[in-house]
Design a protein around this ligand. Structure first.
Ligand code: ARG
Length: 588
């Protein structure tokens, strides 16, 4: 479906041409003086030089050429040569009627859908999820959904961290605590037990104590490093333990992500890339990309234009162990082989930028990816507390995601019960739904690359630019529609008529921007643009609602028209929040 802006532009361009000017001057933009007009064309100013003519005169010619039979109610020339435009209400209503019929509400689907792997979440097994992982999950999930909406094949991969030192630490700690376990018996050749020798809560206690001890006890740390290495070399008992750790953690992670309304298509992990390492390393050596430097194997990735030093990309440590870079490179090999993606997008903390610069350059230089495969990094900022420092618990510790969510749920529950518009038995469920909107919208409404302050009071407020405010608006619309149906109205009847007042027109104009907004949000990987948009739509709706009698409208067709507008507003808001990864309750 063509964008409204393009349709207007076509009309104005034709008038430029008819008046003897180049049609390319007919560009139309949203007015920057909404008090004067809705849209404007500044082409006459741009053309003045070419035609050696006062812009005002050009604009007058164009407006004359436009004539009476146009889609505008007003086309007015103002000094020095702007053409101010207002759209005809009937035309606007007709456009919205077509939008309502369009299955994507005016979003143009990608003509050539791309296969895009999106690497997000990135939790480390056996370590509890903390708020640092929250942003990746929220932002990544949203970009995945927006991409799908515009028609791309988005493959979300959680890319578990399961190959690093934390594994060696857990194995070492277990060995100290339970040396009799069969996994530590090198002579054992039978089948290992199917049941893990620990539960998730035990695991979550084991890791921090191992980590703490390794910081004080050098010998212990070396033991853990050795265990990590042996695991990576495929030692049988350690592999079996690793599998247990993975299984127990993944079950827990799935539960946590489900609560966040985050779903991954792939539950792959660093370990899955291991089989690709030997060939990759051999190839890099053979082709002369990789060389030895103080025992380690590295690939140079610096570039002439670099303003800061980019150190070589390390492929293997001197003891032959693989690193974070190795795993990421081998994962690229794996992804190319399994999915041949057009793009791999990483949604990771921006403090890891250097790592990704090295990995991307190395992958390109050594030809691990096709020339036209994009590797992109969306580095997000830190979530800070009100004190401007990274978000912590009240006691100053690392905040666990589960606790954070529980806190917000509780806060929301109190507010909802205070509001008392929901019967008590629903309040708990409703609180969860609204709390998720508070958390996600609070995050997504900021530009991803920036740090932001997690302000519980502000995020959970029903007023202002918040998730609960958007949900409140949707719930308000739903309740009007329900009442309409209860009073015998049919939601499917009628069509949208020209707006009856300014606020209705404003809402209608706002809705026409949906398509362009979503497409642009995807292009720029910027969910915050959808947030800004639905905030404006909600404000426009609420003004309309306050100024217009909807259910008490006596003219049947006019009332049906209002209902159509409400339906469309609701559908577009709900589609938008689905792209942001949350939903609205029936009541609040
Ligand atoms: N597990 C990593 C962390 O917690 C994030 C992984 C990001 N993805 C990647 N392919 N490196 O920092």
């Amino acid at each position: 479906m063509e964008k409204l802006m393009d349709l207007m532009e076509r009309e104005i361009s034709a008038a430029f041409e008819k008046a003897g000017y180049d049609p390319s001057y007919g560009k139309v933009t949203v007015s920057n003086r909404p008090d004067l007009c809705e849209f404007q064309c500044n082409g006459a100013m741009a053309g003045a030089k070419t035609y050696k003519k006062a812009p005002f005169m050009i604009a007058e010619d164009v407006v004359a050429a436009l004539g009476e039979d146009t889609i505008f109610t007003k086309a007015e020339v103002v000094k020095p040569g702007f053409i101010n435009l207002n759209l005809k209400g009937e035309y606007l209503a007709g456009y919205l009627n077509r939008m309502a019929e369009d299955k994507k509400f005016g979003v143009t689907e990608a003509k050539e859908p791309k296969t895009i792997i999106i690497d997000y979440g990135g939790p480390n097994v056996a370590k509890p999820l903390h708020v640092g992982h929250l942003r990746s999950a929220i932002i990544g999930e949203s970009i995945k959904r927006i991409g799908r909406y515009v028609g791309h094949k988005m493959i979300g991969d959680v890319h578990l961290g399961d190959w690093g030192l934390q594994m060696g630490l857990i194995i070492t700690e277990l060995k100290h605590r339970q040396p009799e376990l069969v996994y530590f018996d090198d002579s054992f050749e039978g089948e290992y037990p199917a049941e893990a020798p620990f539960t998730i809560s035990e695991l979550e206690e084991i890791y921090p104590s191992a980590s703490a001890r390794s910081k004080e006890d050098e010998e212990y740390r070396n033991e853990a490093l050795e265990a990590t290495h042996l695991l990576q070399m495929g030692k049988r008992g350690y592999k079996a333990l690793w599998q247990h750790i993975l299984n127990v953690s993944v079950a827990d992670l799935k539960k946590n992500y489900a609560n966040l309304n985050v779903e991954f298509d792939l539950w792959k992990s660093e370990a899955d890339a291991q089989p690709y390492i030997p060939d990759m390393v051999a190839y890099m050596k053979e082709k002369g990309f990789a060389y030895e430097d103080e025992g380690a194997l590295v690939v140079d990735v610096k570039d002439e234009g670099d303003t800061k030093e980019i150190p070589p990309c390390m492929i293997l440590k001197s003891d032959g162990a693989s690193l974070y870079t190795t795993t990421d490179l081998a994962t690229i090999v794996e992804r190319m082989k399994l999915f041949a993606p057009d793009e791999i997008l990483y949604v990771v903390d921006k403090r890891q930028e250097l790592h990704f610069i090295q990995v991307f350059r190395c992958a390109r230089k050594t030809g691990l990816v096709k020339e036209d495969t994009r590797l992109s990094f969306l580095g997000f900022g830190t979530m800070n507390g009100k004190d401007g420092k990274p978000f912590k618990t009240r006691e100053g510790g690392v905040m666990r995601l589960e606790n954070l969510i529980a806190d917000i749920n509780e806060e929301m529950y109190k507010k909802i019960v205070d509001n008392r518009s929901v019967r008590d038995k629903d309040a708990g469920e409703t609180a969860k739904i609204v709390a998720l909107s508070a958390i996600k919208y609070g995050d997504l409404s900021n530009q991803a690359t920036k740090d932001y302050i997690f302000d519980v009071d502000r995020f959970t407020s029903f007023e202002g630019n918040t998730g609960p405010y958007i949900l409140y608006t949707i719930v308000r619309i739903k309740s009007i529609l329900n009442r309409y149906v209860q009073e015998g109205g049919d939601l499917l009847e009628g069509t949208l008529l020209a707006p009856v007042n300014e606020s209705e027109k404003n809402l209608m104009l706002m809705l026409t921007r949906f398509g362009a907004t979503v497409e642009n949000a995807f292009e720029e990987k910027a969910p915050h643009k959808i947030c800004a948009y639905i905030y404006e739509v909600s404000n426009a709706f609420n003004s309309f609602y306050h100024e217009t009698k909807i259910l008490s409208e006596e003219d049947k067709e006019q009332k049906q028209s209002f209902i159509r507008l409400l339906e469309l507003t609701k559908n577009m808001l709900e589609t938008s929040i689905d792209m942001l990864g949350f939903s609205a309750p029936e009541r609040m």
